[in-house]
Design a protein around this ligand. Structure first.
Ligand SMILES: Cc1cc2nc3c(=O)[nH]c(=O)nc-3n(C[C@H](O)[C@H](O)[C@H](O)COP(=O)(O)O)c2cc1C
Length: 186
């Protein structure tokens, strides 16, 4: 198997494209598409987002200490592209993307109604890394649509997530079975 040595970079795939909402339902609110979102702890449940300080959303998240990670399906690709190529400094992205802001259960930031999974987050730490600041946050509540649940738990195969890598959107297809079901114990 021939390998090539590439320039060191962010070549991890697939990573899901998410729409992050911030601000408040009734007041100023904004949406930003982010790919650099990752689960980092299970108890307490925590995730991180990496945001360039130049983004309008960066200041809003820093000021409020809260945001929601909304998981879009492939039907929302246009909204993902729009929220990642326009700034809340210039446009109302909820209106422009045709997305609906609904109250979250535990944070002031709105959830995006059209996204089937919404993770409500509270910032615990902000870590400057260089180009991006990493917001380390606790997931304080999760909302999920019935259609992505199976026996009360999230069925990832039903979500039809959009993956993103090196500027390219990719379909994430179908289920591959459960963890522990693919090898024979010796
Ligand atoms: C699919 C996708 C993923 C993105 N991921 C990130 C990211 O992880 N971090 C980041 O700072 N910007 C990311 N961006 C860029 C921002 O979404 C973009 O600069 C946006 O216009 C900023 O909006 P704002 O100024 O309203 O905050 C991404 C854009 C797209 C389209």
């Amino acid at each position: 198997m021939a390998k090539q040595i590439l320039k060191a970079g962010t070549s991890l795939t697939p990573i899901p494209a998410s729409i992050i909402s911030c601000g408040t339902v009734e007041g100023k609110k904004n949406l930003i598409s982010l790919a650099w979102v990752g689960i980092v702890n299970s108890d307490p449940p925590m995730l991180s987002i990496s945001v360039r300080p130049q983004r309008h959303s960066h200041q809003m998240i820093k000021d409020s200490g809260e945001f929601v990670v909304n998981v879009p399906t492939r039907e929302l690709l246009e909204a993902v592209d729009y929220c990642g190529n326009t700034s809340g400094r210039d446009v109302d992205k909820f209106a422009g993307a045709g997305l609906t802001a609904l109250p979250a259960s535990k944070v002031a930031a709105p959830i995006v109604a059209e996204c089937p999974i919404n993770l409500e987050c509270r910032v615990r730490q902000v870590i400057p890394l260089g180009s991006h600041d990493l917001f380390l946050a606790e997931i304080v509540a999760v909302q999920a649509n019935d259609e992505v649940l199976e026996n009360g738990r999230l069925s990832a195969a039903k979500v039809h997530t959009i993956a993103y890598c090196s500027g390219e959107y990719v379909n994430v297809q179908g289920g591959l079975g459960r963890n522990g079901s693919h090898f024979r114990k010796k």
